[in-house]
Structure formats: C-alpha cells, structure tokens
Design a protein around this ligand. Structure first.
Ligand code: FPP
Length: 246
C-alpha cells in the first residue's frame, strides 16, 4: 500500500491480533472438478499471501486454524496430504520467516501431530524464538473445548498441590493456563467460506472479538479483500460491553 487512498485502513490503528478460519478449500476444488487436496494446496498459497501481508503492515499476531481436533476424522488420504502440505510449508517458509523477523508459534495438541511435522515445527519455533516481528501462530490439532479441558486440569492440579486457592482463580489465571498464554485476545476473526459459525475456535479468547464472515472461499481470498476488511474493522465501534457515548 504505497499510496493510501480514502478507502484504505489507517496503519496506525490496526488490530494487534487477527485470527482466521480458512474454510472453503474443498468447495473451491469441487467447483473445478478437482480433488479436495488440490484445494488445500491452493489454500497454502493464500496462507503465504496472508502471512506476507500481515508482516508487511505490522500485525503482531496472526493465528491460523490450520488443523482442528475434528479434522482427524477426515479420510486418511486427506489427513496425510494435509500433514505433507504442512511439512512442505514449514520447509519452504523457514528462510523467509527468519529473513523477515517472523516468530513461529503453535497452539493445540501438537503432540498428536506426526513426528515429521512436529520436528519441523519445533525446529522453526526454536530458530525464530527471538524474532520480534509478526508472530505466526498455527493452530494444529486445535479444539477450543479441548483447550478449556486442559486449562481446567492444569488449574485443578495447582489447587490440589496447594499452589492456588479456588477463591483466587480469576479470568487472568484462566487465560494464563490456555494454550494462548502470553498472547493478547484476537481483535478480529475472519472466516472465509460463508458459514456463520465459530467451529470450536478460540472459544474463551473471542469474547469481544469483531467477526467478519466472507463468502469468498479460502483459496481465492486476496490481499485486496483482506485490506478492505481491515478498513471495515476500523469503522466498527468496539464497546466491550460498556457505553461509550451517552
Ligand atoms: C478447511 O477447508 C480447511 C482446512 C481443514 C485446512 C486448512 C489448511 C490450509 C489452508 C492449507 C495448509 C495450511 C498451512 C498453514 C500451510 P475445507 O476442506 O473444510 O473446505 P470445505 O468446507 O469447502 O470442504
């Protein structure tokens, strides 16, 4: 955006944390009489575009719903292809992340991911740990309810060990025991593919998040549409349950 115009977002008021439900890869492929896997491959190109755009404009956190706990129930060939795609992405983007100050992070039950994916994930996380630009946070084998169950177990253990009084449990303590500990909540959640649902994504964290649903299928999501959503986001008044104007 070298020449900002009237419809362009104000780069000094961007959301700190953007979360995206990247839906519609399968439908994109079906429309073209292609295999669903081709849709995911095209979707990976859109991932590269969104990561590049977010780091260029100075977003702090980008959380992408890349694989849900429910996705394990897809046909074996599709799961294998998605794991393969993730490996290829982690290999091909490694240098780009390091060269551009991007920090890689992950949320979810990553121990359930195949070793090949885990190894590349942890290597890239370690390599980029001290980077200070965009944090690319990949939700892998992620489910919001599973995250809440894990948080409850962790807090229950602290109580059992005598480290914490039940009466001392606060929203901050809950947040500190979620996979997203240390991250701010998303300001903006984008869902492509047109479905009006949250699909078990960041259930606690999206309490006050602005939600945008677009009919565009993920492989066709463009930089232009993303920038238009950012401009629209800035027009919304976020009240966090309070009254701002009387
Ligand atoms: C939903 O589309 C998308 C997924 C389950 C996977 C998302 C994965 C990618 C975008 C590519 C790989 C990711 C990275 C980070 C390289 P769907 O298959 O549910 O689409 P449908 O609703 O049209 O069937």
């Amino acid at each position: 955006m070298s020449h900002p115009g009237p419809g362009d977002p104000d780069l000094s008021k961007l959301p700190s944390h953007i979360a995206i439900i990247m839906d519609g890869n399968g439908r994109w492929a079906k429309q073209r009489l292609m295999n669903r896997i081709n849709g995911h491959e095209k979707g990976a190109d859109a991932v590269r575009m969104i990561v590049r755009t977010c780091r260029e404009i100075g977003i702090e956190y980008l959380t992408l719903y890349a694989f849900s706990t429910e996705n394990w129930q897809r046909p074996k060939a599709e799961v294998t292809a998605l794991m393969d795609l993730l490996k290829r992405f982690l290999k091909s983007e490694s240098k780009e992340m390091q060269d551009n100050n991007v920090r890689l992070d992950t949320i979810g039950q990553t121990h359930r991911m195949p070793k090949g994916v885990r190894d590349l994930l942890y290597q890239n996380m370690e390599m980029t740990a001290s980077n200070t630009g965009l944090t690319l946070n990949l939700a892998l084998s992620y489910g919001g309810r599973a995250e809440i169950v894990d948080m409850v177990k962790q807090i229950a253990n602290h109580v059992k060990n005598g480290q914490l009084e039940p009466s001392a449990i606060t929203p901050e303590i809950v947040a500190d025991n979620l996979y997203t500990r240390g991250m701010c909540d998303p300001d903006l959640l984008i869902r492509t593919g047109g479905d009006m649902r949250v699909s078990n994504f960041l259930l606690w964290q999206i309490a006050y998040t602005e939600i945008f649903v677009t009919d565009t299928l993920w492989p066709e999501f463009s930089r232009e549409e993303f920038i238009a959503i950012l401009a629209d986001f800035q027009k919304r008044e976020r009240r966090f349950g309070r009254v701002l104007h009387t």
